[in-house]
Structures are given as structure tokens and as C-alpha cells.
Design a binder for this molecule. Structure first.
Ligand SMILES: *[C@@H]1O[C@H](CO)[C@@H](O)[C@H](O)[C@H]1NC(C)=O
Ligand SMILES: *[C@@H]1O[C@H](CO)[C@@H](O)[C@H](O)[C@H]1NC(C)=O
Ligand SMILES: *[C@@H]1O[C@H](CO)[C@@H](O)[C@H](O)[C@H]1NC(C)=O
Ligand SMILES: *[C@@H]1O[C@H](CO)[C@@H](O)[C@H](O)[C@H]1NC(C)=O
Ligand SMILES: *[C@@H]1O[C@H](CO)[C@@H](O)[C@H](O)[C@H]1NC(C)=O
Length: 456
């Protein structure tokens, strides 16, 4: 339904067809000794071919797996999950089923105007807010999905609110987010009894842009609006998270990473391996206002990026660029430290990009709440610099480079850590969708089905 790339299985089918044809061609009517001898040789080589092709697909799984989209049968899904498990099995004492406590999620089948219609713009499934699309796709193909809403613990409402790129600057207009969500809820609550039954408390939404479930890009407006009334009982998966009380997280929530395409990461790492010699000491590319304007009482990045530019713009060890560049991922893969200062919101895709490309993230965003703390040991793999200390950045990084940099890199380059921040389709054991499910499995007290069982 979502993707038209050739699935893996059809390749296997193609190979099998060719083999059948070969063996049919060899069916010569004359049954001489030589024919039987030849036939044995053929069977032997056929068996050898099958065994070796099996071994090849099973020792080199990841590059192919990412290209499969829909896994039509349980069997093939099991194979895929098993092969992708290999590297993660060390840190997973429990089976995925055990870890997820048999949780089941029902996905509403909404009219296309709420979701798939937006995919006609390719950016919709690739830009930094695309986790709303990625999680939906991954859940559709996941074992936790149930088609029977009566046995579901949770109800996923797939509304894509970040894909209206019609504005002049090309940034998504999320002005329609609230009405679109309200209308989706109106739709599901009139069709099925589950929303009314719990008033939405077992329903899940994704809010993947700047200030999460407040659906506005400017913090003052976002805060004034707050979480829409109709979502306040539900569970929100959102990129925004801070450690203090904030109106935009005044709702049951899970902090998720921003979306970075696993394919782009893989192709960057193919060209530029993780453990290469890194030539850039400290890297930042992005918006850095030289004279930030006071916009309703706030300055972009609380002036942190401006101070970095002023203090380190001419420092040879700092590679700072103010304009976007398509190939910037290869710059990250070539850097030791990658600065991740706040923008308007505290989070940015740099957090994910630097981790997955093995560059030590330098987080400059006071009190940010980071995604999946139980899977990603942030304090071991990154550095945190207080906003007020940004002018001491040079000294701090030099000190770390001279003391514990190797240790941090070793922690950071653990494949389990880097995997936890990427959304794959189909989902992989330990990846970002998997971590979302683990977090949801800790909220099963909201499951109507289970509360009913335990109250009997
Ligand atoms: C998309 O955003 C524009 C404003 O930028 C708005 O006029 C339009 O109605 C939006 N489209 C939808 C389908 O919500
Ligand atoms: C859910 O409640 C709303 C508002 O009270 C009502 O209009 C709707 O018909 C109810 N849905 C179902 C399926 O009963
Ligand atoms: C920023 O502008 C607001 C008015 O919009 C004003 O009240 C505030 O004092 C200004 N802040 C600074 C630091 O200039
Ligand atoms: C590395 O050193 C820095 C500065 O001394 C310290 O803040 C950080 O916690 C250390 N990190 C690790 C993983 O040892
Ligand atoms: C439990 O489920 C039964 C049958 O599905 C239903 O009649 C009953 O009202 C439920 N009880 C609670 C507490 O939800």
C-alpha cells in the first residue's frame, strides 16, 4: 500500500524460476548412463547453489532488508527479524514478545485525506518530521498489529499533519493540524465505540514537529494554545520534551527521535565508515543568526548559535557553516564533535544524525528530555554543555579530546545505541519503532482489555 519498490521475495522467486527452467531444459528424452551421470551432477550443483545462496542472504542481511517494504507472511517476517537480530541479541535478555508483554495495537483505517494523500509529495515521508509516517508504516507491518479492535490494548490514529508544504518558505504549514485531528477523532468516534469507551486514553497520536502536541512553531503561541482539549486524555509520541513542567507536554507522552532516513545514513556510512580518521574537530552546519531579532520576547536559539558563531567563527578547529548543503551527512561522518544547540525548540535532527554517524553530539539545550533513555545511555555517548557555558566550548572540547574522548566514542559506536534512533520499515528489533513499543508496553494500565481482566 505504501511503497512500490521491488520486495525481496520477488527476487528469490526470480531465481527459483530460472532454476526450474534450467532443470526443465536438461530433460533429454534419451536415458543413457551419461544422462543419469549428468543429472546427478546437475542436482548436486543445484543443491550447492541453493545452500550457498541461502548462506549469502543470511550473512549479509541488512542492505537487502531495508529495501523490503511489506512482509506478506509471518515466515518471511520471522526470517527478517531473526537476521536483523544478530547484532542486538547481546543486550536483549528477554524475547521481543516478552519485552512487549503481548501488547496489541489496532490501527484505524482512516480516509486517505488524513494520511496517504500527503505521500504524493515525496518529502512527506523523508523530512525531519516524518516519524508520523514512519511509525505508521512500521506498525502496519508489525507483529503487534491486530486487525481486531476488540482484542487491542492501544489504538493508533494515523494522521499526517506535517506534510502541507504549500507555504512560501517550503516549511510545512501545521496550521491545519488541529482541525484535521479534530475531524479524524470525530470520524473514529462516530464509526466505532472505542474512542467513546475510554475517551481516548488508549489512543495514540504522533506529534513530530517543534512543540509537539501544541501544534505551533512559535513557543509563546504554542504555550498559550496548549495541548488541544480533545487530545488531553491520549498518548502522544512527540519529539518535544523538557525536564520541567511545560504546557506542550502536559499529556501522557513518549519522547521520540526526529526522523532521519535509514537509507541516507547507510549510504553515507558506505562511503565513509564509522571508524575512519575524522578530519573535522568540531562541526556545525545550520541557521546561525548574526544579529538575532527579538521575536515576541525571544531570540532564536536564545542567542546560543550567535555566540558560537561570534566566538568560534574564525577558529581553525571549528568548521561552522551557515547554509544547508545536501551532502552534509558526510561532513558529520568526518567530524569528531558535532554541535547540537537548540533552535526555536530544544531538539534538532542533529542529535540523531551525529549519533548514527558516530560523531560525538555536544548537546547545548538546557533541560532537554532526550528520547529512549533506557536504550540510549546519553550521558555516556554525548557531551552536555550548559547554554551559559557556550563561550567555553573550545576549552571543554579540548579537555575531553585529551582525556575521555576514546571512551565516549567506544560507547557511541555500539550498534545497539545507534540503531535505537532510526525508524525502519519493516521495524527491526531494537530500532526506534521498537523502542516506542517498549515505552507503550509500560503504559498497559491504560488498556481497557487488561483492566477488565484484572477487575474480575
Ligand atoms: C495547506 O496550507 C495552506 C496555507 O499554507 C492552507 O491554505 C491550506 O488550506 C492547507 N491545506 C490543507 C489541505 O489543509
Ligand atoms: C460517541 O459519542 C458521541 C458524542 O457523544 C456520539 O455522537 C457518537 O455517536 C458516539 N459514538 C458511538 C459509536 O456511539
Ligand atoms: C523583546 O521584545 C519584547 C517586546 O516584544 C520586550 O518586552 C523585551 O524587553 C525585549 N527583550 C529584549 C531582551 O530586548
Ligand atoms: C568525559 O569527560 C567530561 C568532562 O570532564 C565529563 O563531563 C563526561 O561525563 C565524561 N564522559 C564520560 C563518558 O566519561
Ligand atoms: C468487561 O467486559 C465485559 C464483556 O466484554 C463487559 O460487559 C464489562 O462491562 C467489562 N467491564 C469493565 C469493567 O469494563
Amino acid at each position: 500500500m505504501f511503497d512500490s519498490k521491488t520486495p525481496l521475495r520477488s527476487r528469490g522467486f526470480y531465481v527459483r524460476m530460472r532454476l526450474l527452467q534450467n532443470s526443465r531444459h536438461s530433460r533429454i528424452p534419451e536415458k543413457s548412463f551419461w544422462y543419469r551421470f549428468f543429472k546427478w551432477i546437475l542436482w548436486f550443483s543445484l543443491a550447492f547453489y541453493l545452500v550457498s545462496s541461502f548462506l549469502i542472504t543470511h550473512t549479509k542481511p541488512t542492505t537487502f532488508i531495508s529495501k523490503t517494504t511489506v512482509s506478506p507472511s509471518k515466515a518471511s517476517r520471522a526470517l527478517i527479524e531473526e537476521s536483523s537480530l544478530k547484532s542486538s541479541s547481546l543486550q536483549q535478555p528477554k524475547s521481543p514478545e516478552g519485552l512487549l508483554k503481548g501488547m496489541k495495537v489496532y490501527i484505524y483505517d482512516l480516509p486517505s485525506k488524513y494520511n496517504s494523500v500527503w505521500l504524493s509529495n515525496e518529502r512527506c515521508s523523508n523530512h525531519l518530521f516524518a516519524s508520523e509516517v514512519a511509525i505508521h508504516k512500521a506498525l502496519m507491518n508489525s507483529d503487534v498489529r491486530t486487525l481486531d479492535p476488540w482484542v487491542a490494548d492501544f489504538f493508533f490514529v494515523p494522521v499526517y499533519v506535517s506534510c502541507n508544504f504549500s507555504t512560501v518558505n517550503g516549511f510545512p504549514d501545521i496550521g491545519h493540524a488541529r482541525p484535521l485531528l479534530a475531524s479524524a477523532i470525530q470520524h473514529i468516534s462516530s464509526q466505532l465505540p472505542f474512542w467513546n469507551r475510554s475517551l481516548g486514553s488508549d489512543h495514540i497520536f504522533v506529534a513530530s514537529h517543534d512543540f509537539g502536541s501544541c501544534f505551533h512553531t512559535m513557543e509563546d503561541v504554542a504555550m498559550a494554545d496548549g495541548v488541544p482539549e480533545f487530545l488531553r486524555n491520549s498518548i502522544i509520541l512527540q519529539t518535544f520534551g523538557v525536564k520541567y513542567k511545560h504546557p506542550c507536554q502536559d499529556v501522557e507522552n513518549v519522547v521520540i527521535p526526529p526522523y532521519v532516513s535509514p537509507d541516507s545514513v547507510r549510504s553515507t556510512l558506505d562511503k565513509s565508515p564509522l571508524m575512519r580518521r575524522r578530519e573535522i574537530f568540531a562541526f556545525f552546519r545550520g541557521k546561525m543568526e548574526v544579529h538575532p531579532k527579538n521575536i515576541s520576547g525571544r531570540f532564536y536559539s536564545k542567542r546560543v548559535r550567535t555566540m558560537i558563531w561570534q566566538k568560534y567563527g574564525n577558529n581553525r578547529k571549528f568548521y561552522l557553516k551557515r547554509h544547508r548543503l545536501v551532502g552534509y551527512q558526510s561532513e558529520i561522518a568526518n567530524s569528531i564533535f558535532c554541535l547540537a544547540p537548540l533552535g526555536w525548540a530544544p531538539w534538532s535532527p542533529r542529535l540523531v544524525e551525529s549519533v548514527v554517524l558516530g560523531c560525538v553530539p555536544v548537546i547545548i539545550a538546557d533541560d532537554i528530555r532526550l528520547p529512549f533513555p533506557s536504550a540510549v545511555p546519553w550521558s555516556e555517548i554525548s557531551l552536555t554543555v550548559a547554554e551559559k557555558d557556550v563561550t567555553k566550548l573550545g576549552k571543554i572540547l579540548e579537555h575531553v579530546a585529551a582525556t575521555n574522548l576514546t571512551k565516549i566514542q567506544k560507547n557511541l559506536w555500539d550498534p545497539n545505541v545507534r540503531k535505537a534512533l532510526l525508524f525502519n520499515n519493516p521495524k527491526k528489533e531494537g530500532d526506534a519503532t521498537f523502542q516506542v513499543l517498549v515505552a507503550l508496553s509500560e503504559k498497559l494500565d491504560r488498556s481497557h482489555k487488561r483492566s477488565n481482566v484484572s477487575s474480575q
